[in-house]
Write a protein that binds this ligand. Structure first.
Ligand SMILES: Nc1nc2c(ncn2[C@@H]2O[C@H](COP(=O)(O)OP(=O)(O)OP(=O)(O)O)[C@@H](O)[C@H]2O)c(=O)[nH]1
Ligand SMILES: [Mg+2]
Length: 368
C-alpha cells in the first residue's frame, strides 16, 4: 500500500515536471471584483521592536502534610518566556500583518507542590519569503530567502528556579528562589526584497496596471495620467495545475529616473529577486522601440545584474494600431521576444500568460 502510494506520488511528480507546462491553462477568476474604492498598498518596509517574554518567577513553598509537617521545600520553577521569531512563509505577501511592537508572552510562575510554570508559546510572525532583516545600525542580520527559514528576533527570558531546586546537603530548607529573566529587546527594519516572480516595468501610462487587472484579481488604480501607481501592486495569476505566479506592477520609469527624476528608481529593489522582467511599452506612441533601450538603461543603472535577467517585451494597446507595421519594426529593433496585446480589450492575454508560465517553469528551480 505504502509503496504503491509512494509510486503514485512519484509518478504524479514526474508527470507534473514534464507534462504540465505545454498543457497548462491560465485560470480566469469568475468571482466579481470588489467595488471598494480603496486599494491596499503593498507594505515592503517596516520598523519593528521585538521583546521576548519574561520568564516566570520561581516559587518558595514548604509542603505540610497531615502525617509529615515538614515534607520539604516544594516551590516549582517558572516557565520560560516566549521568543519572538520571524518565519518566511509563502502565505503572506507583505508586512501588513507584522505589528510594529511584537511582545512575546510571559512564562507562568512556579507553584507549590513542585508545579513548574508553563513555558510560553513562541511568537512566530510570518513574513514573506525574501524578507531582509537589518538591525538598528543598518547591518543585514538575516535573510529569509527560503520558505520556513526562521530568524530569532528576541529570546524570551528563562524561568526562575523555585526553592526545591536549591536543596543541598548543607541547606535542606532553602528560602530562596529566582525571578524569571527579562526577555531580550531589539529593534529591526524588515524589508521585502522579492515580492514577485515577474515584474512589470514600463513608462508611465504604458498600461501596466491595466495589464495587472486583466490577468489577476488585483485592482490597482488606472488613469490616463502619468504616475497613477505610486507604490508597487501585486497580483496572483493562477493556472489549472494550481501553480500561482506573483506579478508586480511597479511605478513608471522615465528617462533620468536613476537621477531621481519622476519617482526615482528605489522601487526597482523589488525587481532584484524577480525571476523575469516584462517591459510594457505603449505601441501607439511614435518609435516605441526607443523606450526599450531607455528602460534597459535605467535598470542597469540601478543594478548591473538586472540587465542579464530574462525579459520579454509586451507591446500594449494594439487596439489603437491600424496595421502590424509598428510591431514588425519593433520585432526587428529588439532581440527580446515581443508579444502584442491589448490589456484593455483582453487581446492576446492568454498567450502572454502562457509565456510567463514558460519563463517561470524554466527558472523556478534556480529560485528554489
Ligand atoms: N486603448 C487602450 N488603452 C489602454 C490599454 N491599456 C491601458 N490603456 C489606457 O492607458 C491609460 C494608462 O493606463 P495605466 O494602466 O494606468 O498605465 P500605467 O502604466 O499603470 O501608468 P502609471 O501607473 O502611471 O505608471 C489608461 O487610460 C488606460 O485605460 C490598451 O490596451 N488599449
Ligand atoms: Mg499604474
Amino acid at each position: 500500500m505504502t509503496s504503491h502510494f509512494k509510486l503514485s506520488c512519484f509518478t504524479k511528480l514526474v508527470i507534473r515536471k514534464f507534462c504540465t507546462s505545454p498543457t497548462t491553462k491560465p485560470l480566469r477568476s469568475l468571482k466579481p471584483r470588489s467595488n471598494k474604492a480603496y486599494t491596499k498598498s503593498f507594505i515592503d518596509l517596516k520598523q519593528v521592536k521585538a521583546i521576548g517574554g519574561k520568564g516566570g518567577d520561581g516559587c518558595i513553598s514548604f509542603l505540610h502534610l497531615w502525617s509529615n509537617e515538614y515534607a520539604g521545600p516544594d516551590g516549582g520553577d517558572g516557565g520560560n518566556g516566549a521568543h519572538v521569531i520571524f518565519k518566511a512563509s509563502h502565505n503572506v505577501k507583505d508586512l501588513r500583518n507584522v505589528l510594529s511592537l511584537i511582545r512575546g508572552t510571559d512564562g507562568d510562575n512556579g507553584r507549590n507542590k513542585d508545579c513548574h510554570g508553563k513555558n510560553a508559546d513562541h511568537a512566530i510572525v510570518e513574513v514573506p519569503v525574501g524578507t531582509i532583516i537589518r538591525n538598528r545600525d543598518g547591518l543585514i542580520v538575516g535573510d529569509l530567502s527560503r520558505e520556513d527559514l526562521m530568524f530569532m528576533a528576541a529570546r524570551g527570558g528563562a524561568g526562575g528556579k523555585g526553592n526545591h531546586f536549591f536543596i543541598s546537603d548543607i541547606n535542606q530548607s532553602p528560602k530562596i528562589c529566582q525571578y524569571g529573566a527579562e526577555g531580550e529587546q531589539f529593534e529591526y527594519v524588515l524589508e521585502v526584497k522579492s515580492m514577485a516572480h515577474i515584474g512589470l516595468i514600463g513608462f508611465p501610462n504604458a498600461g501596466k496596471s491595466t495589464l495587472l487587472r486583466a490577468i489577476s484579481r488585483a485592482s490597482p488604480k488606472i488613469a490616463p495620467y502619468p504616475f497613477t501607481t505610486l507604490k508597487p501592486q501585486l497580483g496572483m495569476v493562477e493556472y489549472d495545475d494550481y501553480e500561482q505566479i506573483a506579478v508586480a506592477d511597479l511605478p513608471g520609469l522615465i528617462p533620468g529616473s536613476h537621477k531621481n527624476k519622476g519617482l526615482g528608481i528605489q522601487f526597482l529593489k523589488h525587481t532584484e529577486r524577480c525571476m523575469a522582467l516584462i517591459f510594457v511599452v505603449d505601441i501607439s506612441l511614435p518609435r516605441p522601440w526607443e523606450n526599450i533601450s531607455t528602460l534597459q538603461f535605467e535598470l542597469t543603472q540601478f543594478n548591473e545584474e538586472l540587465g542579464q535577467r530574462p525579459k520579454i517585451v509586451v507591446a500594449n494597446k494594439v487596439d489603437l494600431l491600424e496595421n502590424d507595421e509598428t510591431i514588425e519594426i519593433l520585432r526587428k529593433e529588439t532581440d527580446l521576444k515581443v508579444i502584442p496585446i491589448s490589456a484593455k480589450m483582453g487581446t492576446n492575454i492568454t498567450e502572454f500568460l502562457l509565456e510567463i508560465r514558460k519563463i517561470y517553469d524554466k527558472n523556478k528551480d534556480s529560485e528554489e
